[in-house]
Write a protein that binds this ligand. Structure first.
Ligand SMILES: [Zn+2]
Length: 119
């Protein structure tokens, strides 16, 4: 399950930033996950829950994970049409050519996080 590694990277980034901003307890994390990012939201949630149980980070026990799902979108320069590709192999449904350029759906990033300082 590579979501465990992805989430590990996110937790690490948040830890670094929280250290700088003097945040001791992280209570909420919001992510943007694209349909083509190869990360499954359910698996990310499971990974998040696993990291919450670990004591070597600032995630609180009841920290919330909010995932904003980004739909895949591609643009065909021949038809000048936007469509939703089913995979990274973008075949335009109008002209049937693999001419599409992916314009959305590959995002995988932290949108924001919240926390508090106890000191
Ligand atoms: Zn087309």
């Amino acid at each position: 399950m590579h979501e465990m590694a992805l989430m590990g990277e996110i937790v690490r980034l948040i830890e670094q930033d929280a250290t700088k901003r003097n945040i001791d307890a992280v209570t909420k994390v919001e992510l943007i996950v694209g349909a083509l990012s190869n990360a499954l939201p359910e698996a990310l949630e499971m990974a998040f829950d696993a990291y919450k149980l670990q004591k070597d980070n600032r995630l609180t026990e009841d920290a919330q994970l909010i995932i904003h799902f980004e739909r895949a979108k591609a643009f065909c320069p021949i038809c000048e049409e936007e469509y939703e590709p089913q995979s990274r192999l973008v075949q335009c449904p109008s002209c049937m050519l693999p001419s599409g350029q992916i314009i959305a759906g590959e995002t995988f990033r932290v949108l924001s996080y919240e926390g508090s300082s106890t000191s």
